[in-house]
Design a protein around this ligand. Structure first.
Ligand SMILES: NC(=O)c1ccc[n+]([C@@H]2O[C@H](COP(=O)([O-])OP(=O)(O)OC[C@H]3O[C@@H](n4cnc5c(N)ncnc54)[C@H](OP(=O)(O)O)[C@@H]3O)[C@@H](O)[C@H]2O)c1
Length: 330
């Protein structure tokens, strides 16, 4: 079969097209004939060497994709052969992602794709949709699962609604009943965010976007799914209703200064940002105690909490597990 691989980190020129043997599915795995391979920031960041560190001597990239199951391993329902599926996290913890004619994944990472959904749609779900789902359900007082009505009465701010994660946030939040505000950078992006279901679109590059958001949500917003945390954290803190910050992190952007707030909302989130920046794919959430928990599943997790004053908390804990947690109080 044809596969795309890289052996060294670097720019797109490290990618090579090669022939490889057909992979065989092991116990609990399925083999999928890939129709469409999805590309995420994580994929090119991993290839470039930014993060996470390369684990294998040869890597076929791409976490997400869509296709048809053509073989199954021991213990998998035989009726799944021929099933249309969308894939997520295909290359997580293994050297072979979806940039190949066939790929093998754990059966649970191949999700049935309805006939009316194209492979293009299937390949664009994956990690962005899971990230959006996580951002909308991670709150202590939020729904654990999304369904129609789960976010009734809530106001969701979907940053970057024309991007992969923002687009998924808009669709899921609207479906779940929220009023959805989205930030965009121009008319074409506004059209995309509106088509996804945003009730209000606001250009973040013009005027005072926070003031525009306040006009729609005078009391503040319930949930922010943020894709440019470094650039927007200070505004996010001002816009949030107390104790409801969930944000998807990204490197880059101006790093915010720490804020002190008598109401204790988001204080430690700002301190966390100052102390070390936030990694791509992290999420931040204010806690009932007025602290902030920052997590990043898969590649590690770190958490900060400041239970009272807003003094910077400067402890960072990394682990490679998904469930490890290091929460610090000042
Ligand atoms: N894709 C994933 O699976 C995934 C998973 C977890 C975390 N993340 C992280 O989430 C972030 C977004 O990923 P993505 O896949 O959605 O990327 P993307 O498709 O490239 O979209 C990025 C979006 O961010 C918007 N943006 C940039 N600067 C902004 C600002 N200052 N304020 C508001 N919006 C801003 C852009 O808007 P304009 O184009 O209109 O400027 C664009 O819509 C990345 O940092 C990524 O590492 C992604």
């Amino acid at each position: 079969m044809k596969a795309i691989i890289y052996r060294e980190n670097g720019g797109p020129d490290v990618l090579q097209r090669v022939d490889r043997d057909l992979p065989a599915p092991g116990p609990g795995e399925v083999r999928v004939r890939v129709a469409v391979s999805g590309v995420n920031p994580t994929d090119w960041q991993a290839r470039s060497g930014a993060a996470p560190p390369k684990q294998f001597s040869e890597v076929t990239p791409h976490l997400d994709g869509a296709g048809v199951i053509d073989a199954i391993g021991e213990g998998v329902d035989p009726s799944r052969v021929g099933q249309r599926v969308w894939l997520f996290m295909a290359a997580a913890g293994r050297p072979t992602g979806t940039a190949a004619e066939l790929t093998v994944v754990p059966a649970e990472r191949a999700v049935p794709l309805p006939d009316e959904a194209s492979f293009d749609v299937g390949a664009s779900l994956g990690v962005p949709a899971l990230t959006a789902q996580r951002a909308l359900t991670v709150a202590e007082d939020g729904p654990r699962r999304l369904r129609p009505g789960a976010l009734d009465g809530r106001v969701v701010l979907a940053a970057g609604g024309a991007g992969a994660v923002g687009h998924a946030v808009i669709q899921l939040a609207r479906w779940a009943g929220a009023t959805v505000i989205s930030t965009i950078s121009g008319p074409e992006k506004a059209r995309l965010a509106t088509a996804a279901g945003a009730h209000h679109v606001i250009n973040y590059r013009e005027g005072d976007p926070a003031a525009e958001i306040r006009k729609v949500a005078p009391g503040g917003v319930d949930i922010i799914a943020e894709v440019a945390l470094g650039a927007n954290l200070r505004a996010a803190i001002r816009l949030l209703l107390p104790m409801r910050l969930r944000a998807r992190g990204a490197r880059g952007g101006r790093r915010p200064r720490p804020r002190r707030s008598a109401r204790g909302r988001g204080v430690a989130c700002a301190a966390a940002a100052r102390a070390g920046g936030l990694p791509a794919g992290s999420s931040a959430m204010s806690t009932p105690s007025g602290g902030c928990s920052v997590t990043s599943g898969g590649t590690g997790m770190f958490a900060y909490a400041n239970r009272s004053s807003g003094d910077a908390v400067a402890t960072r804990g990394w682990s490679t597990g998904e469930s490890a947690k290091n929460e610090v109080s000042s």
